[in-house]
Design a protein around this ligand. Structure first.
Ligand SMILES: Cc1cc2nc3c(=O)[nH]c(=O)nc-3n(C[C@H](O)[C@H](O)[C@H](O)COP(=O)(O)O)c2cc1C
Length: 325
């Protein structure tokens, strides 16, 4: 494969493109991870909250393809053995997000797996670097799934400046709103070595999401998402208040966002939401996706998505000199 955009990330991980497929809980299985890696990026299995049997099955689906694995850090504490099981599958990297990576660093560093830490603030970037992260992912609030409040456009260069000054060997990726080649090119200009793509790959053929959820993403514009905690309440997920999930707004969020205490007391709503999720009823069960939904117009094989992002970014970077008068 011809390398069209080479960065420190492609060098360090032996990739053809500086594109990482996000470890999306429940959605990034072995097939999606393998497709992203097969297309020249680095795909991740989304270990999420942790389910050993599921993880085993998804690693098997990835076959011989090199992939990484991600976990929601605070949830790992409830199942410490899971990390050892995942490391036994020789992942290229472990991607930790949402919580303190410190308790897991030694075990990861004792293997060949790289440590990737996704952060939402400069403070957490500093901490992850002090812990020994090989790659920092600076995640802006436009991202799908869980996150915080800072924007990609300012968080990425601020972390880039910090890394340049204090930890020049650490790599940096941008996450949040990376949908097409424009965002990849922009992220490189902001000082990133690569990008983490979530929402765009959720609307792929290989993603483990209901077809109705994928169709809802294609139908949505970027105004249609919101950050909320109500979906975690009905799913019984004990997230710290600083993190909220970005989802497609619907009748359920219209009814309950802002009435969280009442929702906690209403157990029937949890069952109604879970049934709707299984049935693909997106009017009740919210779809986790970022503001970039407004830029997603097709459901395609992941390899085609990666190729399109790369082709557009390459064209834009080649044309960048035209701005110079
Ligand atoms: C459906 C979905 C599930 C996600 N699950 C996780 C997860 O389990 N762990 C994690 O670190 N990040 C998760 N994320 C966030 C991604 O790692 C990434 O930051 C985000 O998708 C990037 O923004 P984008 O969606 O605009 O591409 C998830 C994102 C989505 C859309």
């Amino acid at each position: 494969m011809v390398r069209m955009i080479g960065t420190r990330l492609t060098e360090r991980f032996g990739l053809s493109h500086p594109i990482i497929g996000a470890p999306m809980a429940f959605a990034s299985g072995g097939a999606l991870a393998a497709a992203v890696s097969g297309a020249g990026g680095l795909g991740f299995i989304g270990g999420g909250y942790g389910d050993g049997d599921w993880l085993e099955a998804e690693f098997a689906k990835a076959g011989n393809q090199t992939v990484g694995v991600g976990f929601i850090t605070w949830a790992l504490a409830e199942q410490p053995d899971l990390l050892s099981h995942a490391l036994a599958r020789s992942p290229k990297a472990v991607f930790l997000s949402f919580g303190d990576p410190a308790p897991y660093v030694d075990e990861i560093k004792a293997t060949n797996a790289a440590l990737i830490c996704q952060v939402q603030t400069l403070r957490d970037a500093r901490h992850a670097i002090a812990c020994g992260a090989d790659v920092i992912v600076a995640q802006g609030a436009e991202a799908g799934g869980h996150g915080e409040r800072r924007a990609t456009l300012t968080l990425v260069p601020e972390v880039a400046d910090y890394i340049a000054k204090h930890a020049p060997d650490v790599l940096l990726c941008a996450a949040g709103g990376i949908i097409d080649g424009r965002a990849l090119a922009a992220a490189l200009m902001l000082g990133a070595d690569g990008v983490v793509v979530g929402s765009r790959l959720l609307a792929s053929a290989e993603a483990l999401a209901h077809d109705n959820a994928k169709a809802a993403i294609v139908a949505a514009d970027g105004d249609a998402t919101m950050r909320t905690g109500v979906v975690d309440i009905v799913r019984g997920k004990d997230w710290a208040a600083r993190y909220t999930g970005r989802v497609l707004r619907n009748g359920f969020t219209d009814q309950w966002h802002g009435r969280e205490d009442e929702l906690r007391a209403d157990k029937a709503e949890a069952a109604r939401w879970a049934e709707a999720l299984a049935a693909g009823n997106t009017d009740i069960a919210n779809t986790f996706v970022g503001e970039g939904a407004g830029l997603i117009h097709t459901i395609q094989p992941a390899a085609d998505i990666v190729a399109e992002i790369l082709a557009q970014a390459t064209q834009l970077l080649r044309g960048a000199k035209d701005f110079l008068k």
